[in-house]
Design a protein around this ligand. Structure first.
Ligand SMILES: [Fe+2]
Length: 256
């Protein structure tokens, strides 16, 4: 399996606090069946600045240490860039790393409680520049939780979305779990990733979410694709074939 969203680099954001924790996270990941992780530290979120060059050199350094410790895990550079104005310009100047520095995909973080007005413009500009934004954990955005149609519109514009494994398994509460289930069942989610930050609170584990997603989707193959073929295509900068999404009817939600 491939984890497309993981805060495994030590000491540069609110993820792994030390090299020891990075190594412990890597061991957990391998034990769960992961062979590849994209390191996606926060950047441009008002707290952390992690330019592409920095992430790339830290990934190379951690990869070397993983190899020396016989941990069979491949690391690639990326970032979780917070929505901000002029994203294309910032990506081109290296303020935010695209996935595997391929300038084809970027992991895009939205605020938790709002959908900023400029979002569609930024997505439009990114797509126009050949960069596909992957919306990180939309199931945890309170506006999308109550109005999943917003995500349908973003996906219709060509954005992709990544649900977090622990949301699928219920670790972020019932609202996030229900939202993840609705997004998955309406084919509005394309990737499952851990968004791991530590060894205990949110470890790099995907297998349980794949089991739950199998039930939701009614297909183990489709659930597995969300942690194998789909992230592999993204990592390689290839186009991703997606299932036709459908709108989430408001009456489908018990919280409406
Ligand atoms: Fe994250």
């Amino acid at each position: 399996m491939i984890d497309l969203h993981c805060h495994i680099l030590p000491g540069i954001d609110d993820g792994a606090r030390s090299l020891e924790e990075s190594l412990a996270m890597a061991r957990i990941a391998v034990k769960d069946g992961l062979h590849t992780i994209v390191a996606t530290p926060h950047t441009l979120n008002g707290i952390y600045l992690n330019p592409a060059k920095r992430v790339t050199s830290l990934v190379a350094a951690l990869q070397k240490i993983l190899t020396e410790n016989h941990i069979e895990l491949r690391l690639f550079a990326g970032s979780e860039v917070h929505l901000c104005p002029q994203m294309v310009k910032r990506i081109k100047s290296g303020e935010a790393a695209t996935i595997n520095n391929g300038r084809k995909y970027i992991l895009l973080e939205l605020p938790v409680q709002t959908i900023p007005k400029g979002l569609k413009n930024e997505i439009f500009s990114l797509k126009l520049s050949g960069i596909t934004p992957i919306i990180a954990h939309p199931e945890r955005n309170t506006i999308i939780q109550h109005d999943p149609d917003i995500l349908y519109e973003l996906v219709s514009m060509g954005a992709l979305s990544q649900v977090t494994a622990m949301s699928v398994t219920g670790g972020f509460g019932e609202l996030a779990r229900q939202s993840a289930e609705a997004l998955l069942s309406h084919r509005l989610a394309h990737i499952i990733a851990s968004d791991a930050h530590s060894v205990d609170g949110r470890p790099p584990v995907l297998s349980y979410a794949v089991e739950d997603a199998t039930e939701i989707l009614g297909s183990h193959e489709e659930a597995e694709r969300m942690v194998t073929e789909a992230p592999a295509a993204i990592l390689s900068g290839n186009a991703l074939e997606i299932c036709e999404p459908s709108r989430v009817r408001k009456q489908d939600h018990f919280w409406k």
